[in-house]
Design a protein around this ligand. Structure first.
Ligand code: SAM
Ligand code: SF4
Ligand code: SF4
Length: 343
């Protein structure tokens, strides 16, 4: 970590600095998780973005250099499934070389890691988070739309470890009545293997995943259910604004995290900007619309002109959807989908 960076001058309308960038490199995925890209909607005929509409690696790298000058120092690649984008390690290499970027991470479903973990590590990827919702084969398959077997993702986790990524984080979305009976097994798996499992409250991202509050298991309940079997104690955040609340096993054998986006929102510390595969900027996971950067980029805009657009977007930012969700009288009708801008 670079502790000597000057305080960024770019603050949004609620005085939150711009710190992190999430880049969704593709809207495609080899899974069909029911809470993200349900197979009945994202079927054979679903029209994903044509290649010409995706930002090229060079375009993305140029934008990352610009964001870095505005205060971004962490970049996470996501999607869709980032590993289905051809030669993604070339993009990792370009981003890792940007002055001011001291953390390059990636979130993946793990399926393609056995082939790619080594190249990603060699290219300069610092951290990897692998999504795995359950260790129960039937539950896991049901949640990923029957696109992968458990052992394939476990092989991906092994490959990440063998490539030298540490600590490895595992993301599990928790849905009541679907996988909540398998939480403790996942926590124990992390504890026994030195992985940090992070349990995520099922969120109402997008409009197509059939979200309802009764499917959410509050983080407090997740913690108490694990604590009853594997005693836990709270740990202070690693840094201000950390999204996951940390708990360590009382026997000293590791930790878990809970991401309580629904029941204990953290918009006040949200310093993230999101870039979609086709080059739109989104200031919130629940935004209705983005700001197009690709058109000016391809029309020959200078760095200064692009910077002005980004500054304007961040200055005007007032998003705090998770904090106001419960006071909305009606659900927001228009929201970007998770597979489009990444988690
Ligand atoms: N395909 C990659 C993966 O699954 O790790 C990266 C993209 S995925 C959209 C990023 C993260 O968002 C995953 O950990 C996924 O479980 C999480 N996610 C997707 N839909 C969600 C939802 N409705 N609520 C909470 N988390 C969700
Ligand atoms: Fe694909 Fe990730 Fe969404 Fe699952 S959560 S459908 S793996 S993008
Ligand atoms: Fe950030 Fe929007 Fe999530 Fe709040 S709801 S934490 S502003 S992404």
């Amino acid at each position: 970590m670079d502790n000597h960076r000057p305080t960024p001058t770019l603050a949004d309308a609620l005085n939150r600095p711009l710190r992190d960038l999430r880049i969704s490199v593709t809207d495609r995925c080899n899974f069909r998780c029911t809470y993200c890209m349900p197979a009945e909607i994202f079927g054979e005929r679903y029209q994903f973005l044509p290649r010409s509409e995706l930002l090229t690696f060079e375009e993305i790298a140029r934008l990352v250099r610009l964001f870095a000058r505005l205060g971004v120092h962490k970049v996470r690649l996501t999607g869709g499934e980032p590993l289905v984008r051809q030669q993604i390690e070339r993009l990792v290499e370009q981003i890792a070389a940007v002055d001011g970027i001291d953390d390059v991470a990636l979130t993946t479903n793990g399926f393609l890691l056995p082939q790619q973990a080594g190249a990603l590590r060699a290219a300069g990827l610092g951290r990897v988070t692998i999504s795995l919702d359950s260790l129960d084969e039937g539950v896991f398959r049901q949640m990923n739309g029957d696109r992968a077997q458990l052992e394939q993702v476990l092989a991906g986790i092994d490959a990440a470890r063998a490539a030298g990524f540490a600590p490895i984080k595992i993301n599990a979305v928790v849905q009541r009545g679907v996988n909540d009976h398998t939480l403790v097994d996942l926590a124990r798996f992390g504890k026994d293997n030195g992985y940090i499992v992070r349990f995520i409250e099922f969120m109402d991202v997008g409009t197509r995943n059939g979200w309802a509050m009764e499917h959410v298991v509050p983080a407090r309940e997740i913690v108490s259910r694990i604590d009853a079997v594997l005693p836990l104690e709270p740990v202070p955040p690693n840094y201000p604004g950390e999204v996951a609340r940390r708990f360590r096993f009382r026997d000293g054998s590791g930790e878990i995290g809970v991401i309580a986006s629904v029941t204990q929102p953290f918009c006040g510390g949200c310093t993230r900007l999101r870039l979609s595969p086709e080059g739109s900027l989104f200031t919130c996971l629940f935004a209705a619309a983005g700001t197009d950067l690709r058109a000016p980029l391809r029309a020959g805009a200078s760095d200064g002109e692009l910077e002005q657009i980004v500054r304007g977007v961040w200055h005007r930012r007032t998003d705090r959807y998770s904090e106001i969700r419960s006071s909305l009288t009606e659900p927001r009708q228009q929201k970007v989908e998770m597979y489009h801008i990444g988690g």
